[in-house]
Design a binder for this molecule. Structure first.
Ligand SMILES: [Mg+2]
Length: 167
C-alpha cells in the first residue's frame, strides 16, 4: 500500500472535522478543495452552511486557503461570500499550488491540513508536500465518466486502507 495515497484522517463531511483536535496537533492553517468537498460540482455559490463553517474556522484562528483545480470563474464566484485566499487551476496533485498556498498563509507544511474528496488529487498532493491530509466523502453522485472511473479505484484503495487499519 502506497503511503502517499493514505489520508491521515477520514470523515464524512467537512462539518465533522474536529477543529479543536487539529489545533491540538499544532495545525494553524487549512487548505481546502471546493468541488464535492464543500459544495457539489454544480453548485455555483457557497451555501449558508459553508459560509458559516468558514466563519468558524477563521474565528478559531486558522488561516485558510482554497486550492481548486477548477477555473478562475468557478473559484471567484464561490469565493464571493467566503472571501478567503484562493488558488484556481491548481493542477493538483502537483506540488506547486500547495506550496504557493502555504506561502500565502505564511505558515509551514507540518502546520497545515489539506481537506479534499479525491485521493489522487487532494490526498496525494497533500501527502507529497507533507501536509496533514483529511479525506471527506464526495458530496455529489453525478459525475463525469473519468471521475467515476477514478472513484472506483479510490474505493479499492480506501478498502485496502481500512483493512490495513483493522489489522
Ligand atoms: Mg473535489
Amino acid at each position: 500500500m502506497n503511503k502517499l495515497l493514505q489520508p491521515n484522517m477520514y470523515v464524512k463531511s467537512v462539518f465533522d472535522i474536529d477543529l479543536l483536535k487539529l489545533k491540538d496537533k499544532g495545525i494553524d492553517s487549512i487548505i481546502v478543495d471546493i468541488d464535492n468537498t464543500l459544495v457539489s460540482w454544480n453548485t455555483k455559490y457557497a451555501t449558508e452552511n459553508v459560509i458559516n463553517w468558514f466563519k468558524k474556522v477563521k474565528n478559531m484562528g486558522f488561516k485558510i486557503c482554497i486550492v481548486s483545480n477548477a477555473t478562475k470563474t468557478r473559484v471567484v464566484k464561490f469565493n464571493e461570500e467566503v472571501k478567503v485566499l484562493a488558488i484556481h487551476r491548481a493542477i493538483k496533485p502537483r506540488k506547486k499550488a500547495f506550496l504557493e498556498a502555504i506561502n500565502k498563509m505564511d505558515t509551514q507544511t507540518f502546520k497545515t491540513a489539506m481537506i479534499g474528496d479525491q485521493i489522487f488529487t487532494d490526498i496525494l498532493g497533500g501527502n507529497r508536500v507533507g501536509l496533514f491530509t483529511i479525506l471527506v466523502t464526495p458530496l455529489s453522485k453525478k459525475e463525469l465518466i473519468l471521475t467515476k472511473f477514478i472513484r472506483k479505484i479510490e474505493k479499492i484503495v480506501l478498502r485496502d486502507i481500512l483493512e490495513e487499519g483493522n489489522r
